[in-house]
Design a protein around this ligand. Structure first.
Ligand code: PLP
Length: 396
């Protein structure tokens, strides 16, 4: 029989899986599911990017590339980062099959058994799994008491970090909250990172999707250039989730180490996809239109929820929001049936999909019970339908 490593045994399959499985099952039975659980834009990849991908295939860009990615793309990424105030040569950038792989390589390169890693909760589901697989120990700072903002919780962060802290992960705009951290918050992070010599991953995958705010890149702050790893990708801004294209930029010694992992695992990102990525970086109009649509939908959902007396922390970026489900009656009913209190949001989400046929993700998947994450990357019609059904079934 096979014996499995601690490494993989330590992690659980994604908690969102249960909801998708339930959605698929109900759909197979003919149910019309309003799916507000997805983590991807509901827009197609812009046509010029698709064409660039096809052209690249026709032109024979179908072989291996240099492991770190084609030079033209790394140079274009360096230009994009420079426009954000981040100075990186093309050899300080590795192009990966998705930002997820970038994060995985960085965590594997920095974290080993017993290393302390700090997350800001709620946090995207895979950070925890990646850190656990690397053997790291997690310290989690809860932002749910401060409307998911970091600035008023800086004291909590200060209490959570120490000279033992190896790594801090910052994700602004945030999945799942949509929060964009203020400059003062980032300066607070900088002060702590410098004081305790902490490396920080700045996951900026939603940076291009914001509503009236310009998020600062953490690596631009004084003292942060040599301790920040900036991660970004093409999935969200350009609706390219299935293409698998992302990157990270950081100090050269990290790039050298992570580059080994990269070359021995994925070799490189897909050749013609990298060429499509070049075109994506030239694409502005489609992104602007998509972001404008998301902003309208955000406003719509915030208003509809307010009509049902549900107040949310209004997101300033990404396309998610956290809906408090703690004091909900449908949830209380499931409490009475004997569910664990900390699983309230799971009961709410399971009930919401079974009764209202609306799929959402429990906050506990992100380390923050008592909330459900909804994605508003869905048409206004479906969003209205979803909220209406939740209200009708007593979930709001
Ligand atoms: N980081 C965050 C916060 C995300 O939400 C996601 C995707 O859901 C990723 C990284 C990974 O994106 P990808 O691997 O598609 O580039």
């Amino acid at each position: 029989t096979m014996e499995f490593t601690d490494r993989v045994s330590r992690v659980e399959p994604s908690a969102t899986l249960a909801i998708s499985a339930l959605a698929t099952e109900l759909e197979a039975e003919g149910a019309d599911i309003v799916d507000l659980s997805v983590g991807e834009p509901d827009f197609p990849t812009p046509e010029n990017i698709v064409e660039a991908g096809k052209d690249a295939m026709d032109a024979g860009h179908t072989g291996y590339t240099t492991s770190a990615g084609i030079l033209e793309l790394r140079e274009a990424i360096a230009d994009k980062l420079a426009a954000d105030g981040l100075e990186h040569d093309s050899d300080e950038i590795i192009v990966t099959p998705g930002a997820k792989q970038a994060l995985y390589e960085v965590v594997q390169s920095l974290v080993e058994d017993g290393d302390e890693v700090v997350l800001l909760d709620p946090a995207w589901v895979s950070y925890e799994a990646m850190v656990k697989m690397a053997g790291g120990d997690l310290t989690r700072v809860d932002l749910s008491e401060t409307d998911f903002q970091l600035e008023p919780a800086l004291d909590d962060l200060a209490a959570a970090v120490s000279d033992e802290t190896e790594l801090l992960v910052v994700n602004s705009p945030s999945n799942p909250t949509g929060a964009v951290y203020s400059d003062a918050a980032l300066e607070g992070v900088r002060d702590l990172a410098v004081e305790h010599d902490i490396t920080v991953i700045s996951d900026e995958i939603y940076k291009e999707i914001t509503y009236g705010v310009e998020p600062t890149s953490l690596g631009t702050l004084e003292g942060m250039a040599d301790r920040t790893v900036t991660v970004n990708g093409f999935s969200k801004a350009y609706s390219m989730t299935g293409w698998r294209l992302g990157y990270f930029a950081g100090p050269e010694d990290l790039i050298d180490q992570a580059g080994k992992l990269h070359s021995h695992s994925v070799s490189s990102a897909v050749n013609f996809v990298q060429h499509a990525g070049l075109e994506a970086l030239e694409t502005e109009q489609a992104v602007t239109e998509m972001v404008a649509a998301f902003e309208e939908r955000r406003d719509l959902v915030v208003d509809l929820l307010a009509e049902h007396d549900v107040d949310v922390a209004v997101p300033e970026g990404a396309f998610y929001m956290m809906v408090p489900v703690d004091d909900n009656e449908a949830r209380s009913a499931s409490d009475a049936s004997g569910d664990e209190p900390r699983a309230d949001d799971q009961a709410w989400c399971e009930g919401a999909i079974e009764d209202a046929h609306v799929a959402t993700v429990p906050g506990s998947a992100f380390g923050t019970p008592g909330y459900a994450r909804i994605s508003y990357a869905a048409s206004e019609e479906r969003l209205e339908e979803g909220i209406e059904r939740l209200a009708e079934e007593g979930y709001l």
